[in-house]
Ligand binder design. Structure first.
Ligand code: AMP
Length: 530
């Protein structure tokens, strides 16, 4: 997109009131003034209030400054869900440094590529967590790069609290990059996503309003705090803006989530469908009181009706489906929608400034109900990646629309329906098949616990359709799967050409089916054909 259009759009977001003159650092300062001693952030070791969080940010900023980190520097943070995550994050904001939000699941490949792209001054992590030696990885990744390693579990803020009152606000403005988010996806190392103070705070604020958050909100960060969904959709940042309390789940295991919900009286959380299914199942045999829980936001990958219906019954809460990308635009289902529709669509855009378009073959906007690639633009959707002109060329149109790579249609009520990934679409002898259509049907099979449908390269057909299932029933085979899908109304050309059985579906860092890993297993014959 050219600079003139970029500037025009930005001025529009300011004049229409989406972008305000605000920063993350200033937001915490305001929270401290407004909510003072109210509890802001908890983990299993304790809680801090808004005032304490603000002082710790001052102290932390002084400490980080003393270690040579300056305003504008990029700093990778890879810290599991904890109070330390929040204090280090806001220390960096206070200093004016830009956190690169790595996930705890990222390993050498991803971290090394963040170092290459962002040239960070420092990499802040913990020594170890859940049996993984982050210290060793940090040493290996930073060798010879000039990037220093600091440990969040060693930083002694108290030392700095009194003698170095750092009110180092810092020259950063609402237009500046606040954080570098990381893109999802399983094909390549993640791209870095520049989110500004103004756009990301607006996103979190409007999302928290749509979710009805307020001072009584108790939000559980069930998935990694640095992931867009937990971070600001509406997440930790949305909770702060409303003066609520965030509780950090350190491991993200279903038993920890249920226990914390009971103990801390959590009323809202966000998770991916696979985790929702596990929590719902576990609640059947664990005796926790989940009465406080009102809303579970679910997004990130395909949600099926059986999973949603069971979860609403078992957890006694409303499930609302969310579509989100770290690149920007979010949608959410209405709170009073039927469960069937909640599972069947991703809801409506959250801001009047959001622009969603389904691209027709000639590049124009396709009419309602037509399927095509989903394009996005708006006050909190990025206009470029960070230091990545090749990805910019692929992912942004000249009019500023971001290409999501998702196939979708929009219905007459404005609800978005994601039907799959453009690249996931299986081309079988020229016929186009969307895996999600078959996956939804397979998930209705009483004896199939989980499924994935993928294309397997084939000389004759271009791709064969492969059904991948998790089941204890040894009688289920290709023929019975084809029969079941036919009964459900699948067209003949969509019926699988092969089927395999797995013990479990491999998942990505945030719990989505990892289709690339499944394909590798099939290509290497490391599966049971049925
Ligand atoms: P991430 O950047 O990791 O948040 O991944 C964003 C991608 O996740 C989107 O582009 C979609 O492909 C997928 N996604 C997000 N929400 C949903 C949803 N509710 N249903 C289906 N896919 C989703």
């Amino acid at each position: 997109m050219n600079e003139t259009l970029k500037n025009e759009l930005q001025e529009k977001y300011i004049s229409e009131g989406y972008w305000r003159d605000e920063t993350f650092s200033g937001m915490l300062r305001e929270c401290a003034a407004k909510y003072g001693n109210k509890t802001a952030l908890c983990d299993m070791n304790g809680c801090i209030s808004y005032s304490e969080w603000d002082s710790l940010a001052d102290a932390g900023a002084a400490y980080l400054k003393s270690r040579g980190i300056c305003s504008g520097d990029r700093v990778i943070i890879q810290i599991p869900n904890s109070v330390a995550f929040g204090t280090v994050l806001f220390s960096l904001f206070r200093l004016g440094a830009v956190p690169v939000l790595a996930l705890p699941a990222h390993r050498k490949n991803e971290i090394s590529s963040f170092i290459d792209i962002a040239s960070p001054t420092a990499y802040i992590t913990v020594h170890s967590h859940l049996g993984f030696d982050y210290g060793k990885m940090a040493e290996e990744c930073t060798k010879g790069t000039g990037c220093m390693v600091l440990f969040a579990d060693e930083t002694d803020y108290e030392k700095f609290r009194h003698d170095t009152p750092c009110h180092c606000d810092n020259g950063r403005t609402f237009r500046d990059i606040a954080v570098l988010q990381v893109s999802g996806g399983t094909t390549n190392v993640p791209k870095l996503i520049p989110r500004t103070n103004a756009d990301y705070l607006y996103d979190a604020r409007v999302f928290s309003e749509v979710c009805g958050m307020n001072e009584d909100t108790v939000f559980l960060a069930s998935i990694p705090a640095s992931h867009n969904f937990s971070f600001a959709n509406p997440g930790i940042i949305g909770t702060m803006i409303c003066g609520g309390k965030t509780v950090m789940a350190a491991t993200g295991s279903p038993d920890e989530i249920l226990e914390l919900t009971d103990r801390e009286k959590v009323n809202i959380t966000a998770m991916v469908p696979s985790l929702l299914a596990l929590c719902s199942e576990m609640s059947e045999w664990e005796d926790y009181s989940l009465e406080s829980l009102k809303t579970v936001l679910v997004g990130g990958s395909l949600l099926t009706f059986p999973v949603l219906a069971k979860a609403e019954e078992n957890l006694g809460c409303r499930v609302r489906q969310v579509y989100g990308t770290a690149e920007g635009l979010n949608t959410i289902t209405d709170a009073d929608m039927s469960p069937e529709l909640t599972a069947g669509c991703q809801g409506r855009k959250i801001s009047p400034g959001d622009e969603m378009m389904i691209e027709a073959d000639d590049g124009s906007a396709a009419p309602c109900g037509t399927e095509g690639e989903l394009l996005l633009r708006g006050p909190y959707t990025i206009q470029n990646y960070y230091n990545n002109p090749i990805a910019d060329e692929e992912s942004f149109r000249s009019d500023g629309y971001y290409r999501t790579g998702d196939c979708a249609f929009i219905d007459t009520s404005g609800n978005l329906h994601i039907t799959g990934r453009v690249k996931e679409q299986i081309n079988r002898a020229g016929e186009k098949i969307m895996p999600s259509e078959l996956e939804r049907m397979l998930d209705e099979h009483n004896e199939i616990d989980m499924s994935a449908v993928i294309g397997i390269p084939d000389e004759m057909l271009i791709n064969k359709i492969c059904a991948v299932i998790v089941t204890d029933n040894r009688d289920i085979d290709l023929q019975s799967i084809r029969g079941f899908l036919e009964e459900k109304g699948a067209a003949m050309y969509k019926l699988p050409d092969m089927a395999v059985r797995l013990g479990s579906i491999p998942l990505t860092a945030v719990g989505k089916p990892d289709k690339k890993a499944i394909l590798n297993m099939i290509m290497n014959d490391a599966v049971e054909r049925i």
